[in-house]
Ligand binder design. Structure first.
Ligand code: SF4
Length: 200
C-alpha cells in the first residue's frame, strides 16, 4: 500500500511530510486514529523526498483548493528543509496560500532561530499554544525538550510575527474554560489571534 503524502481536508490540500514529533500531546489524534479520511492511513513507511511530494501535489492539482497546509501525522518542522523546498515549489508553480501547522518547537529542534527561514514561503503559521503556563504545557504536550519548551515556543511565535503575515495560536478544548481564557489573554498580550479548536 502506498503512503499518503498529500490528502484532502474540506477544501484544503494537506501535506504529510513526517510522523516524527517532539511532543506527545494528550489529545493527539494519532492516539485514536490512523488518519483523517476513511481508508487513508497517514502512517508513513518512509519519509517522502521532495520529488515524491511534488509529484503527488501535481497529481492532486492545487488549483481550486483554498490553501495548502503542512500538517501531517507528525510535526512538519522535523523536516523543515523539505517543508521549505515544497513551499518554494508551490510558490513557483501555483497561486495558493500556504499554512504551516506546528508545535512551534523548531528552534529547539535545530538549536537556532528558525522563523526567518519561512519568510516569503509560509503565509500563515498556526502554533499550538495548548496551555497557559509552562507547567501545564509540559503535562499536556509532553515535549521532549522539557519545561523550557513553552518559553521557546512563545519566543518562536514572537519571531514569526516579523516574517510571516498571519500568526495564530491554537488551543484544544481539553483544558477548562478558565485556562482557555488565560490562554486568550496571553495571546492578546502578544497581539496574536487565538483559536480554540475542538478535539478530533
Ligand atoms: S504536536 Fe501535533 S503531532 Fe505532535 S503529539 Fe502534539 S498533536 Fe500530535
Amino acid at each position: 500500500m502506498s503512503d499518503y503524502y498529500v490528502y484532502r481536508v474540506d477544501n484544503g490540500l494537506y501535506i504529510n511530510v513526517t510522523n516524527r514529533c517532539s511532543c506527545n500531546c494528550v489529545f493527539c489524534v494519532r492516539k485514536s486514529s490512523d488518519g483523517i479520511n476513511q481508508g487513508e492511513s497517514l502512517w508513513l513507511q518512509k519519509e517522502p523526498s521532495l520529488e515524491e511530494i511534488t509529484q503527488d501535489i501535481v497529481t492532486a492539482d492545487p488549483t481550486g483548493y483554498y490553501e495548502v497546509v503542512f500538517c501531517g501525522y507528525g510535526e512538519p518542522t522535523e523536516c523543515l528543509e523539505t517543508v521549505l523546498d515544497v513551499a518554494k515549489f508551490i510558490k513557483k508553480n501555483y497561486c495558493i496560500p500556504i499554512r504551516l501547522n506546528t508545535n512551534g518547537l523548531s528552534d529547539l529542534i535545530y538549536g537556532c532561530s528558525t522563523a526567518k527561514e519561512m519568510e516569503g514561503l509560509i503565509d500563515t503559521i498556526s502554533i499550538s499554544l495548548n496551555a497557559p503556563t509552562k507547567e501545564e504545557y509540559l503535562s499536556i504536550s509532553n515535549p521532549r525538550f522539557g519545561l523550557g519548551s513553552f518559553d521557546a515556543m512563545l519566543q518562536f511565535a514572537q519571531d514569526c510575527k516579523k516574517y510571516i503575515p498571519n500568526v495564530l495560536f491554537t488551543v484544544v478544548d481539553v483544558i477548562d474554560s478558565e485556562k482557555i481564557e488565560t490562554c486568550k489573554k496571553l495571546a492578546a498580550q502578544m497581539n496574536i489571534e487565538c483559536r480554540i479548536r475542538t478535539k478530533i
